[in-house]
Each structure stands twice: as structure tokens, then as C-alpha cells.
Design a protein around this ligand. Structure first.
Ligand code: ATP
Length: 201
């Protein structure tokens, strides 16, 4: 089965593009959603995290206090490493399961960290949603109500645009309006359908 990894920086339009691929019939597996699901109450990763950090890592509603967890791992690299060692294999396994269960002609794995993690080994092709940084800054700060400085910090922490452009097999430039994005997604969809048919023949 053809699996396409879709990636891009913060506010590049990954969700907008993947929603369009979905409405064209492609199944979507979202690495961010999987990462949240595996730490839901009762799951093995949730239990390991409580054992490690104690009950104070829980909110009143008994869900993980993700903001507190982020603060801890930001301040303590060893804790960050511990958490990554715990979660990465579990997330990977769950992504694999969801990809295996997909029955569309091709499937899209949406992951902001596709190139930064071994998730790129799980896909046949990679598609970058690319956007110039001034537009990225504009759209992301408008959407999240975050300051431009905060967004700029996140952009700086992500893999640089030129590196992503070199790594990607396919690129959609999302610098125009949503109608233009939809047109490009449709073209890309037709290309992936052709590839999927070739794989089967
Ligand atoms: P993140 O990594 O932060 O989750 P993302 O890559 O999924 O972001 P989106 O949420 O799809 O990005 O897009 C960011 C914002 O920009 C959204 O408000 C979206 O509606 C808007 N947007 C995306 N593409 C366009 C476009 N071509 N024209 C206008 N607005 C757009």
C-alpha cells in the first residue's frame, strides 16, 4: 500500500491540506493525535508516566497535565530523554497499526516531525507543505493568538525550511489562498492515485 508522509512547519497548512486529501478519499493517520491517544488514562504509557513522575502530574480530571510535563522536560533533558524513550516506540507501533488498518488507495501519515524522527522510514514518499516564513508567521500567530516572537521561537526550533525542501519527494507551496491549495492537493491526489495503481499492477 502506498503511504505518503505529509509534513511542514508550524502553521504551514498541514491540517488544511490533509483535510482536503481526506475529502478526496485518502485515509489520514495523524501522528499528533496518536501521541495524545497513547497517554490517555489507563493506557500503558499513561501508567508508566504516573509511576515515574507521581500523581502530581495529573490534572483534577485525572488526565495528564501536559503543560506541566512540557515544563519538566524542558528544564530537565534527562527526563525528556526518559519520556521519548518511553513514548517513541509506542507511538510508532500505534501509527503502524493504524496504517495497516487503512483501506484507502493510498494513506497519508501527517507528522510535523516526519524528517526529525524515524517516522520517515514508515512511508513510501514524503510531501512537504511549504510556505515562506513571513506567511507562516502571519498565519500561525493569527490562528493561535500567540505573539510573533513565540511563533518565531518555534519556527527556529524546527528543521530549517531549506533542509526540508531538500529532503521532500514532493512539495506543495501554500503561499496563495485556500482555493489554490485545493487545486494543488487535487493534482497531487491524482499523482498518488497513479502511483498506487502502478504499485498494484
Ligand atoms: P500546526 O503545525 O501548527 O498544527 P498546520 O501546519 O496544521 O499547523 P494549519 O492549521 O492547516 O497549519 O494552517 C494554519 C492556519 O493558516 C489555519 O488557520 C489555516 O486555516 C490557515 N491557512 C492554511 N492555508 C491557508 C491558505 N492557503 N490561505 C489562507 N489561510 C490558510
Amino acid at each position: 500500500m502506498l503511504i505518503v508522509g505529509l509534513t511542514g512547519g508550524i502553521g504551514s497548512g498541514k491540517t488544511a491540506a490533509s483535510d482536503m486529501f481526506k475529502s478526496l478519499g485518502a485515509n489520514i493517520v495523524d501522528a499528533d493525535i496518536v501521541a495524545r491517544e497513547v497517554v490517555e488514562p489507563g493506557n500503558p504509557a499513561f501508567i508508566s508516566i504516573i509511576e515515574h513522575f507521581g500523581n502530581s502530574i495529573l490534572q483534577d480530571d485525572k488526565y495528564l497535565d501536559r503543560a506541566q510535563l512540557r515544563q519538566i522536560i524542558f528544564a530537565k533533558p534527562a527526563e525528556k530523554q526518559w519520556l521519548e524513550d518511553l513514548l517513541h516506540p509506542i507511538i510508532r507501533q500505534e501509527i503502524k497499526k493504524q496504517l495497516n488498518n487503512s483501506n484507502s488507495l493510498y494513506t497519508i501519515l501527517v507528522s510535523p516531525l516526519l524528517f526529525e524522527t524515524d517516522q520517515s522510514n514508515m512511508v513510501n514518499r514524503t510531501l512537504l507543505i511549504d510556505v515562506p516564513s513571513d506567511i507562516q508567521l502571519e498565519r500561525a500567530s493569527k490562528r493561535d493568538d500567540n505573539s510573533r516572537q513565540q511563533i518565531q521561537k518555534i519556527i527556529d526550533s524546527q528543521l530549517p525550511r531549506d533542509v526540508k525542501l531538500k529532503k521532500a519527494n514532493d512539495v506543495i507551496c501554500n503561499d496563495k489562498d485556500l482555493a489554490e491549495l485545493e487545486k494543488k492537493v487535487k493534482e497531487q491526489h491524482a499523482f498518488y492515485l497513479r502511483l498506487a495503481h502502478e504499485q498494484h499492477s
